[in-house]
Design a protein around this ligand. Structure first.
Ligand code: MN3
Length: 380
């Protein structure tokens, strides 16, 4: 039995992780979990999965749930996330919280020797050098949950990282892939939330539409697989059947394919190096799919992807700024405070105004993260 700590259990990745646990009750058990504000769903999950420790975002919610479930331990806030991450009984942390709040619990879990199944991109984007150093020092497995990184990780089995020439990340193109820049002027939040292939949370769906999601994934891939940015390509692939590829020195390309279903990479991270059946997954029928399409990525059309490459290559605290500025800008767009294209403008402005610190410490990263959020909010 594998005992799991799950951060972000009511989100899209969180609920699909729970699906996997439910499908394999003799393999997995939920030992500890965190929930943001969705108290009703938290109640249902607790009743069904009986975790021993639950972290709520708010103290009030933790206290009121404690009255309903007196046998369960409750905690709250950012420190509570770390308690869940290092929960004694758990051997694996599934980190599916959104945003840079996911960084510290990951670091604590690494130090505690837990296997990390990482869905929280911000962990590697904001502090890749610190996280990878901790992973190496503690020799813990860092397993990707993101579908592109899982594809690369799967294609890498039986291979040597030193033989990688290039990583090729596929991008569906998001909700606006068939629109020109001019046609993006007046798009609504509703339009942006309508993703053609993947059903995901609001923030990541907007990130897919701006292509920032792919930008964050490029930075994530750089750290996770130790490949220089020059050797990471992005190709538009609207069917999302090929989830990413590796090109090796001899020009051979390894790809991982499947119908778009996040439960496949989630389950692989939980079972690696083994595989288990996944009854509910739809099998790939290539004859039915018929054709796969690919197109070059236009960096002027998707400026957020360009910003991400630039911030990644420049390094220092710029990726932290990129991510924090994006989080605030997307939140503002979702609240109707700014237009879709202003997301890019805010990020560009913030990056331009930042004095990067090279090889930042964790404290410097946290300070830059806070300052960036303040700065972007002051522009709104
Ligand atoms: Mn992805």
């Amino acid at each position: 039995m594998k005992y799991i700590s799950l951060l972000g259990s009511t989100g899209s990745i969180g609920t699909q992780t729970l699906d996997i646990i439910k499908e394999h009750p003799t393999e997995f058990s939920l030992a500890a979990m965190s929930v943001g504000r969705n108290v009703n769903l938290a109640r249902q999950i607790i009743a069904e999965f009986h975790p021993e420790l639950v972290c709520m975002l708010e103290k009030d919610d933790a206290e009121s749930l404690k009255l309903e479930f007196p046998k369960i331990s409750f905690t709250y806030g950012p420190e509570g996330l770390s308690e869940v991450a290092v929960y004694k009984k758990s051997t694996i942390l599934v980190n599916a919280v959104m945003g840079s709040v996911g960084l510290e619990p990951t670091l604590h879990a690494i130090e505690a020797g837990k296997t990390i199944a990482l869905a929280n991109k911000e962990t590697l984007v904001t502090a890749g050098h610190i996280v990878m150093e901790a992973v190496r020092r503690n020799q813990v497995p860092l397993l990707p949950v993101d579908s592109e990184h899982s594809a690369i990780f799967q294609a890498l089995q039986g291979e040597y990282e030193k033989n990688i020439d290039k990583l090729i990340l596929t991008a569906s193109g998001g909700s606006f892939r068939d629109r020109t820049r001019n046609e993006l002027e007046n798009v609504t939040v509703q339009d942006a939330l309508n993703h053609p292939n993947w059903s995901m949370g609001a923030k990541i769906t907007i990130d897919s539409a701006t292509m920032m999601n792919k930008g964050l994934e490029v930075i994530e891939a750089h750290w996770m697989f130790g490949v220089p940015y020059e050797n990471i390509d992005v190709v538009l692939h609207k069917e999302s059947i090929i989830h990413s590829m590796i090109e090796f020195h001899d020009s051979s390309v390894m790809a991982q394919l499947g119908t778009p279903d996040m439960r496949v990479p989630i389950q692989y991270a939980l079972t690696f190096p083994n595989r288990l059946p996944l009854k509910t997954a739809q099998r790939l029928n290539l004859a039915k799919v018929g054709q796969l399409h690919f197109a070059e990525m236009d960096m002027e059309r998707f400026r957020c992807l360009k910003f991400a490459y630039e911030a990644g290559m420049a390094g220092g605290t710029l990726p932290t700024v990129l991510n924090a500025a994006n989080e605030i800008a997307v939140e503002a767009f979702l609240k109707g405070k700014i237009t879709f294209l202003q997301i890019e403008d805010l990020i560009e402005n913030t990056l331009t105004n930042h004095q990067s610190i090279m090889e930042p410490s964790l404290a410097e990263i946290k300070a830059v993260d806070v300052d960036t959020r303040k700065y972007v909010n002051s522009l709104l």
